[in-house]
Structures are given as structure tokens and as C-alpha cells.
Design a protein around this ligand. Structure first.
Ligand code: ATP
Ligand code: MG
Length: 377
């Protein structure tokens, strides 16, 4: 190590490396009767903490008292220190500072190096994981509490009341179905995520898939008095895909559309060939449109677009970006669902290297579009 460092020019090289490091690194020096000052900050440090000059007080760059205290302590006692802190700006960032004293020999200045690590991404992932667990537990707990309540009622008050018993058992069956669906959706989402990086290899005829999904939900649409009208694209090519997953995608979109369309209304499912990405992304109607997922552009890739349009209440603009988040439901709409459907759609379409968009306006229904790459012939 020292051999390398002793070679001619090694000091300049080390200086250059330090400058180019993506992590902020600062050299802090103790000043008699004053707070510590910054002797040096590399490029990343100067950018992140806007340290203009060597000689600036440390407190001007790192304003958090707990960080200053830890560094001053390490400087005074020549020991290591580690401290986590948050900077507040347009976007809060999470940092961890590592302070290491420098041995400058007897009588030398008291100095230490502070390396800062940006832990914002790890923090965000951790927050998402915690939120997800809290949401999932909450969603499971609600029907479970209701089931437990009814068991208690059946054991006591409703014990000798056959009519009430029948009614409560009906509700319990509903709640049990709801829980089973939630668990199925959660498992399905985690399976999709596990192999999201592995592109599917099958070929799927989307026109057939749309027809099959529509046939399967006919009992539901008949009951709701909603018509599902399919406009096929004659001669539309097959797409590269996993058929079961694409069934799930279309099912979720059509389910939502049927759910929000008032009885007597119509849900339209249209297939369309798009020669390239721009054509696939082109708006299909007036109102606000937003892409929820967009593939990387690849030259000459053609797509098949599936558009599901309903005559429901539409969705206010502020909700659009969050629709495909897990458990997100528009407030005030009683969907009866758990808010996982569109998250599943997004992950499946992402695995397929396709795109997903929504167009909607309050009072004007909604159109959800998914586009998938055409299979090579
Ligand atoms: N076609 C639509 N019209 C109006 N709002 C919709 C439509 N589709 C989805 N939404 C809104 O987006 C939310 C999320 O939809 P998503 O399909 O993910 O969940 P869900 O239908 O509530 O539950 P799940 O699909 O898990 O049963 C819904 O709760 C609803 O508020
Ligand atoms: Mg849904």
C-alpha cells in the first residue's frame, strides 16, 4: 500500500481520485477557540453542501446539531464517529456520515476526514416495505375482525335464531372470499415481481384473450346490466407474452370498467395495431392522459394496443399518477376491492416490456390502455 502511495505522482493521482469520488468527502480541522472548519471538500461535497471556500466553518455546511456534535466529539477525542441525518430541501435526503481522525503526528493539527454516504434510496425502499406490510396487515385484519365478531354473535345472541344465523353466515362467507382474494392477489403480485426481469417467451393472440375474458365475465355483466362490446383489429398479429398473465391484465381492466359503469351502460374493448411506440402512446380521446408505465424505445418495434373504455364516473386528475400503486383507491369510491388490480397490471406489462396509460376526466368515463410488443414472426 505504502509502496504504491510513495510512487512519484501518486499524491496527485490520489487527489484526482478524491475529486472524482461520487461520495462527498470533507477534511475537517479543529480551530483554537472556535468551531471546526473545512480544510477541503471534494467536488461532490462542494455540490451537495454548497461549500464555497476552504476555511468555511463546518456548521455552515452541516447545519444539523447532532452531526456537528458527533464530529466535534470525534475531533476532540481522536476517535471514530458515525451519525445518520436528514437534509431538508425540495426533496429530503438521508445521509450517514463517517468521521475518521487523521494522525498528523505530535503537535500536528487535529484533523479528521468525513465521508458521507447517501442512503436515500435504501431509506425509501425500507419505507415502502414497511408501508406495504402495514397496508397488507390492515386489509387482512378488517375482514378477520368482522369474522371473529360474527362467530361470537352466532355463539351467543343468534344461537337460537335461524334467520339471523343464515344472514350472518352469508356475510361471513363474503368476508372469507374477500380475504382469500386478497391473499391470492398478494401472492400473484409477489410471483410476478420475482420473475419480472425474465421476459416472457410465448405468443399470445390478444383478440382471443379479450374474447375469452369477456365470455368469462358474462354472468357478472348480465347481472349488472352492462354490455361489453369488443372491436377487434382484423389481422392483428400475436404479441410476445405469458397468456395467463395477460388474461389477468385484461380481466383486471375489464372488471374495473364493468364495476364503475352504471347499469344499462357499455364497456368498450378495442384492439389496435400500432406500427411504433409513438402510435401506441397516441391519445385516444379528449381529457387528461397520463402514462403509468412506458417501455424503453426500441427501433421499429410494433405494438398491439388494448383499450378499455367505460362510462363510469371518471377519475380526477390528481389521482391518476397513483392508480397503479398497491392498495391505492380513490377516496369516496366504494370499489369493494383492495386496490391491487392495477398494480398487478403494471408489473405484468413491465415484464412484457409494454406500456400502460390512463385517460380520464370527471364525468366522462375512463380509458385504460395497455400496449404489448408484437411477436417476431
Ligand atoms: N374504470 C375506472 N373508473 C373509475 N375509477 C377507477 C377505474 N379503475 C380503477 N379505478 C380507481 O382506481 C382504484 C384502483 O384500482 P384497482 O383495480 O387497482 O383496485 P380495486 O379495483 O379497488 O381493487 P381490486 O382490483 O384489487 O379488486 C380503484 O379503487 C378506483 O378508485
Ligand atoms: Mg380492480
Amino acid at each position: 500500500m505504502s509502496e504504491v502511495a510513495d510512487r512519484p505522482g501518486a499524491g496527485a493521482a490520489a487527489q484526482l481520485i478524491l475529486e472524482l469520488l461520487p461520495e462527498p468527502v470533507i477534511l475537517v480541522r479543529a480551530v483554537e477557540d472556535e468551531g471546526p472548519e473545512i480544510a477541503y471538500g471534494n467536488k461532490a461535497a462542494r455540490e451537495v453542501f454548497r461549500i464555497e471556500l476552504a476555511g468555511a466553518p463546518l456548521g455552515a455546511a452541516l447545519r444539523r446539531p447532532e452531526v456537528l456534535e458527533a464530529i466535534e466529539g470525534a475531533l476532540a477525542t481522536s476517535t471514530n464517529a458515525e451519525v445518520a441525518f436528514e437534509t431538508i430541501g425540495v426533496q429530503p435526503r438521508f445521509w450517514r456520515a463517517f468521521a475518521r481522525p487523521l494522525d498528523t503526528g505530535p503537535g500536528g493539527p487535529r484533523q479528521l476526514v468525513v465521508v458521507l454516504r447517501d442512503e436515500t434510496d435504501a431509506h425509501r425502499t425500507e419505507r415502502m416495505r414497511a408501508d406495504f406490510l402495514a397496508n397488507a396487515s390492515h386489509e387482512l385484519r378488517t375482514p378477520l375482525a368482522s369474522l371473529a365478531g360474527f362467530v361470537e354473535t352466532l355463539r351467543t345472541h343468534a344461537k337460537d335464531d335461524p334467520e339471523a344465523r343464515e344472514k350472518f353466515l352469508g356475510i361471513m362467507a363474503q368476508q372469507a372470499t374477500r380475504m382469500a382474494r386478497l391473499v391470492d392477489d398478494l401472492l400473484s403480485l409477489s410471483r410476478i415481481e420475482l420473475n419480472e426481469h425474465i421476459a416472457p417467451s410465448g405468443k399470445v393472440d390478444l383478440a382471443r384473450t379479450v374474447q375469452d375474458v369477456s365470455d368469462a365475465i358474462r354472468p357478472l355483466t348480465a347481472e349488472r346490466g352492462v354490455i361489453v362490446a369488443i372491436t377487434p383489429e382484423p389481422g392483428a398479429p400475436s404479441v410476445t407474452g405469458d397468456r395467463d398473465q395477460l388474461v389477468q391484465v385484461i380481466q383486471n381492466l375489464v372488471d374495473n370498467a364493468v364495476k364503475y359503469t352504471p347499469s344499462g351502460g357499455r364497456v368498450r374493448v378495442a384492439l389496435q395495431f400500432a406500427a411504433n411506440l409513438d402510435a401506441a402512446r397516441a391519445p385516444s380521446r379528449s381529457g387528461v392522459g397520463l402514462s403509468l408505465l412506458s417501455p424503453d424505445a426500441s427501433d421499429g418495434q410494433a405494438y398491439v394496443v388494448v383499450r378499455v373504455t367505460d362510462e363510469g364516473p371518471g377519475i380526477a386528475r390528481q389521482h391518476l399518477p397513483r392508480l397503479s400503486e398497491r392498495f391505492y383507491r380513490v377516496e369516496g369510491q366504494r370499489s369493494g376491492g383492495t386496490g391491487l388490480g392495477l398494480a398487478i397490471v403494471k408489473h405484468v406489462v413491465n415484464r412484457h416490456r409494454g406500456g400502460f396509460a390512463v385517460e380520464s376526466a370527471e364525468g366522462e368515463g375512463s380509458t385504460f390502455s395497455v400496449y404489448l410488443p408484437v411477436a417476431a414472426s
